[in-house]
Design a protein around this ligand. Structure first.
Ligand code: BG6
Ligand code: MG
Length: 225
């Protein structure tokens, strides 16, 4: 595919002008799946819990503590206290942050910064809407923090996806109503949040480098020619 030319097909949905785009981070801007997997695997092995890529896929978009609960479904040892669980989650995060230290802009699909720049030139406001508390560090490592007008992440929400709070906050930070925002999301939990919010959502298809609407039946595409 020739990645040099991008086309925003329409900024209108149902006659309404879309003014903002909210991007999920993990799985949309950068694939951190393998790093999450490596870090959780360490914890799972320690507790003798079977953990594989299928279980890891269920953790997409889900908060750190909720992810731990999913992993603990396979735990057969003595009951764990809240403090012990928090310690396990901290341990996972320490290792995960260490792995994030190896992140480099060249690990990101070059179409991502190009697209962000293109959309900004088109006058759209851009935000991040991610459950991750490591969002700002990841954006810093990828050197793309300046491409976003706002960041809504795990540090400013009380309910994680599938609750729509993170997206509502992102729209608020952009000074836009959520109905004037498009969301790009890859996880089931995130899509459930969007359903609740009744906004249009897009999925970033890595293979073709296209942004395509899903499920709305409305005409709305941002795609690479
Ligand atoms: C989401 C990831 O973006 O962030 C989840 O898809 C992860 O897998 C969640 O559990 C929380 O991340 P963090 O960095 O706060 O542990
Ligand atoms: Mg994601």
């Amino acid at each position: 595919m020739d990645g040099s030319f991008y086309r925003l097909d329409s900024k209108y949905h149902g006659g309404k002008l879309m003014r903002g785009i909210i991007f999920d981070l993990d799985g949309v801007i950068i694939s951190t799946d393998k790093l999450h997997y490596k870090a959780w695997k360490k914890i799972a092995d320690k507790l003798n819990i079977a953990f594989d890529e299928t279980i890891n896929n269920r953790l997409r978009g889900v908060s750190r503590m909720d992810s731990l609960e999913i992993i603990l479904e396979g735990y057969q040892g003595p009951a764990l206290s809240k403090m012990e669980k928090e310690k396990l989650a901290d341990e996972k995060n320490t290792f995960y942050v260490e792995l994030l230290g190896t992140l480099h802009p060249n690990q990101m699909d070059p179409q991502v910064p190009d697209t962000l720049q293109y959309l900004r030139k088109k006058g759209l406001k851009l935000a991040i809407g991610s459950s991750s508390k490591n969002t700002k560090y990841i954006l810093h490592q990828l050197e793309i923090e300046n491409l976003f007008d706002a960041v809504s992440d795990g540090t400013n929400i009380s309910k994680s996806k599938p609750d729509p709070e993170v997206f509502i906050k992102a729209a608020t930070f952009l000074n836009l109503p959520p109905e004037e925002c498009i969301v790009v999301e890859d996880a089931v939990a995130g899509l459930a949040a969007l359903k609740a919010l009744k906004v249009i959502f897009l999925k970033f298809l890595k293979k073709t480098g296209s942004f395509v609407t899903l499920g709305t039946g409305k005409y709305c595409e941002i795609y690479f020619s």
